[in-house]
Design a protein around this ligand. Structure first.
Ligand code: SF4
Length: 273
């Protein structure tokens, strides 16, 4: 394993799980994307940028900027619809009044030879309960079963239990205090909720520890046997797994990465839709 890889995240672990070769190309060889992930490419890119921008709008709102002011920045059809859904969502009502709101927070903890890192859209502490919120601008509402086994769902809850004590007066959150909610901007009345238990936490942390040890010691990164994963993969040309990109709505479920969240607000403000 090259020395430069010092962190693991839900995205890199998901890539390793989905296709070790993709993990190698993206995180070890750090190859830029040689092919479009999905068609139509331009529309897909615009949708991704709008998704990033929506996250910034939500953050601005949650740190206390008046809704009317933030709403003026929702300057495309998608953004307007998502914004309306967001401020009117029954499941998000009263959220801004909570004292313990941590928008766009990053947590990390040692994991084997790595640090496990996660950036949260929102961590909301309300008395003895803590809720992780994650905003999704997917065009399709994924099934709960699919989300339940994603590394994001497992990593975000486990890392909060492991490394969230500073958000709880120095005391670690117990797994049963934690819930994770995916809120879908295009399906505002159908959030996906995942509670947590001590057994799940143990299972997740053991699995993470095992996986980090495997990544440290392995020297082979085989291509996935499930060739349908290649339809949306930007590294298709490296693997002789086809040239044509897959459908965008399916791709966004399969290929979401944290790079989406690395652009700062000022930069996004300059993108013309
Ligand atoms: S094209 Fe297929 S085999 Fe190659 S990295 Fe992508 S998912 Fe893996």
């Amino acid at each position: 394993m090259p020395q430069h890889l010092t962190t693991l995240s839900q995205s890199s672990l998901q890539d390793y799980h989905d296709c070790p070769r993709r993990f190698e190309l993206r995180y070890l060889q750090q190859l830029a994307y040689p092919a479009v992930e999905a068609e139509p490419a331009l529309e897909n890119e615009k949708h991704q940028q709008e998704g990033e921008y929506f996250h910034r709008l939500a953050q601005q709102y949650l740190i206390g900027i008046p809704a009317e002011q933030v709403g003026k920045l929702a300057n495309t059809d998608n953004l307007q619809r998502w914004w309306e859904n967001f401020v009117n969502a029954a499941d998000l009502r009263g959220l801004r009044d909570l004292a313990g709101l941590y928008a766009e927070s990053t947590l990390s903890a040692p994991l084997g030879k790595f640090r496990l890192v996660a950036k949260y859209d929102l961590i909301a502490v309300d008395k003895d309960k803590v809720t992780i919120y994650d905003w999704k601008t997917y065009r399709k509402r994924p099934k709960n079963e699919w989300m339940n086994i994603r590394w994001q769902t497992r990593v975000y809850r486990a890392l909060l239990a492991k490394a969230g004590a500073h958000l709880n007066n120095g005391k670690p959150f117990a797994p049963e205090q934690i819930e994770m909610i995916y809120w879908f901007a295009d399906f505002p009345a159908e959030p996906a909720r995942f509670i947590y238990t001590p057994e799940q936490f143990k299972r997740d942390w053991d699995a993470l520890t095992q996986l980090s040890a495997e990544i440290t010691s392995t020297t082979t990164f085989p291509l996935t046997e499930d060739a349908t994963r290649c339809n949306y993969c930007p590294y298709r040309s490296y693997c002789n797994r086809g040239i044509r990109a897959g459908d965008a709505a399916d791709a966004e479920l399969e290929t979401e990465t944290e790079e989406l969240f690395n652009i700062n607000f000022e930069q996004i403000g300059e993108i013309a839709f």
